[in-house]
Design a protein around this ligand. Structure first.
Ligand code: B1M
Length: 569
């Protein structure tokens, strides 16, 4: 099926959309009859390209992410306009329309990337005709993932979106220390910085970076984004340390929208005033909350948990799994994350797939092809290690002992300040030997390099989808391995339990990862790495306790039947 021929949702007439949705959601007295009657009569009438002006056709190629006829029409346009006028004219109008349709929930991330591919192809065709001096930039932005962080997928999406909307983007990559940013400032004279990071620790590194940039007397606008970053943190912690304007962007398109407002004179002042006003308000509420912070409540004693029978693991050896077949991981893929969070499908993915929703089928086609390629061409490699340790709790601490009985490590876990006052140590016996399993898995080997190569070749959809597939394969590997450990540990899931229920954690025991709310101390990753030595299969830890490559997961596995997921703070 050539997805490029699929008509774009926005260009389907309103009446036809309603008839189709009535059918899918079974609305109205007889949606089938209504649908059939209409289409029996209707002549397919999207405005044929010939009915459109040359400029309208050029903009539509971008909106539809189609390159069919694009080059011919560009050559026709070159006979009447300069390359720069074409880029800043119909082509950029197309990208602006893409931004509007995305914000109006009519286009998804995957489609925006297809439009960016068409834009890249168009600009690449026009470049040879442009005077060397001619440049089409709305502004220059230096983009980087902060020191200690290897987060790439978010930053790369930002680069693709900005660079195909008229911005010159200098992508410094990952683990970028402040001094390198300062050097890039003097080299490239950018109009703004864009900092990215995945973890809370990276948000804290953004504060340090902002301080260092101010000391270096740099005050160009500073965009910040990242999964664990919040608008409040950006306002009260980063902006407070930076001399220039700090702008929080929740996603790439929000980043584009802010940049467009910032770099065009009519909207700049309004934006700056609005951002400063919002940040002042956030800072005010934060300090008020701090002043009002109630005195710590009298802590109720934690409710002792039932002492369960300790299941014995098969051994205490270190197990290394190399090149686990991807087809063993694929059934554990969380499609809601892969198709929804990463590729932009809005709604329940499983249900939309069953209903044959055209957009989800388009994404399904892309993902299925990539999954096949990953197996056939060895694009992804799944490696991991796991090991059980004898364990014993003491208060909020759990000590691990190796096979010779020597203490191998201790973990101190936070206890909830109120409510059930839970602590992970409660799930380990303190009166007799118990066991804990640890593992670390990765599917990221070579992904950054390959995704970057595809991105540079303008294959944006496959580049982003590859990083997303690697990430979700790492999560799938964790899910599959956890299931296998339960079986080996003697409490297998009921054979009839579907994977979809496992993805909802409907099994005995829990799997927690350092950095998550029950065990937020990321530095414990170093202890885990000391025990499992994942470096032997190419998985290392940065100075920020982030795992490199990016598509990696580490975890502790508890067997206690009363164990549940909770927030410690
Ligand atoms: Co995990 N993870 N994760 N994770 N993960 C978080 C971030 C977490 C908040 C979950 C939680 O606690 N509930 C938590 C961090 C908490 C903390 O900091 N302490 C967490 C943790 C702890 C971890 C691990 C440490 C767990 C472990 O294994 N021990 C581990 C670390 C991995 C490593 O070290 N390599 C880990 C692993 C992973 C996966 C690999 C499985 C996976 C991918 C991570 C990734 O994206 N690289 C993952 C995921 C998917 C998440 C969540 C669920 C989603 C993150 C996401 O959306 N990524 C996240 C929880 C959550 O946020 N709901 C969580 C997709 C990416 C495209 O979005 O990075 O936000 P994002 O980038 C966006 C915007 O931020 C913005 O635009 C981008 C594109 O739209 N933006 C900018 C970013 N930079 C910008 C710069 C700009 C403008 C806009 O400049 C102009």
């Amino acid at each position: 099926m050539n997805t490029e021929r699929l008509e774009r949702y926005p260009s389907i007439p309103e009446a036809e959309r309603r008839l189709a949705e009535d059918l899918i959601d079974w609305r109205g007295s007889d949606p089938v009859a209504a649908f059939a009657a209409y289409f029996r009569e209707r002549k397919k009438a999207p405005p044929p390209a010939t009915a459109l002006s040359l400029d309208e056709r050029l903009a539509r190629y971008i909106v539809e992410g189609s390159r069919d006829g694009l080059i011919d029409d560009l050559n026709a346009k070159l006979r009447e306009a300069a390359p720069l006028a074409i880029i800043n004219g119909p082509l950029m109008r197309g990208m602006d329309e893409v931004g509007r349709l995305f914000n109006d929930n009519q286009l998804i991330v995957a489609e925006v990337l297809q439009s960016a591919e068409a834009m890249k192809a168009a600009v690449a065709h026009l470049e040879p005709f442009m005077e060397k001096a001619a440049s089409a930039t709305r502004g220059t932005i230096v983009l980087a993932t902060v020191k200690g962080d290897v987060h790439d997928i978010g930053k790369n999406l930002v680069e693709i979106i900005l660079s195909n909307n008229g911005y010159r983007v200098i992508n410094l990559g990952i683990k970028v220390p402040p001094e390198e940013l300062i050097a890039a400032y003097h080299t490239h004279k950018p109009d703004a910085f864009g900092l990215s990071g995945l973890l809370v620790k990276s948000a804290q590194q953004m504060v340090v970076t902002a301080q260092d940039l101010r000391v270096a007397a740099i005050d160009i606008p500073l965009f910040v984004g990242g999964a664990a970053l919040t608008k409040k943190f950006a306002a009260t912690r980063i902006a407070a340390e930076y001399g220039g304007l700090t702008l929080y962007a929740k996603d790439a398109m929000a980043g584009l929208d802010l940049a467009n407002q910032l770099f065009s004179a009519p909207t700049r002042e309004t934006l700056v005033a609005r951002v400063r006003r919002e940040q002042a308000a956030l800072a005010a509420t934060t300090s008020a909350t701090l002043e009002r912070a109630p005195a710590a409540p009298e802590l109720a004693p934690p409710r002792p948990l039932e002492r369960v029978v300790v299941p014995a693991p098969p051994d205490l050896e270190r197990h290394v799994l190399r090149d686990v077949p991807l087809i063993h991981l694929y059934p554990y893929l969380n499609l809601q994350m892969l198709y929804g969070k990463h590729l932009g499908i809005r709604g329940l993915v499983e249900r939309l797939l069953e209903a044959g929703d055209p957009k989800v089928l388009e994404v399904h086609e892309i993902v299925e092809e990539l999954k096949r390629d990953a197996v056939v061409r060895g694009l992804l490699h799944a490696h991991g290690a796991y090991r059980w340790y004898r364990a014993r709790a003491a208060g909020d601490t759990v000590a691990l002992f190796d096979a010779s009985g020597r203490e191998a490590a201790t973990f101190e876990f936070p206890r909830q300040k109120d409510g059930e006052r839970l602590c992970l140590a409660d799930y380990v016996r303190d009166d007799t030997d118990d066991y804990l399993a640890l593992f670390a898995v990765t599917c990221g080997a070579g992904v950054r390099e390959l995704a970057s190569a595809w991105k540079d070749q303008g294959e944006y959809v496959r580049s982003h989808a590859l990083q997303a597939l690697a990430i979700e394969c790492a999560e799938a590997f964790a899910e599959m391995l956890h299931s296998r450990l339960r079986t080996l540990w003697g409490f297998p899931d009921p054979p009839e339990l579907p994977i979809s229920e496992k993805l909802k954690a409907h099994y005995q025991g829990i799997r927690v990862s350092f950095g998550y709310p029950a065990c937020p101390n990321l530095a414990d990753q170093a202890t885990l790495f000391g025990l499992l030595e994942p470096e032997t299969f190419g998985l290392s830890l940065t100075e920020g306790f982030m795992m490199d490559p990016e598509a990696s997961v580490s975890a502790l596995v508890f067997h206690h039947s009363a164990a549940k997921y909770f927030k410690a703070d």
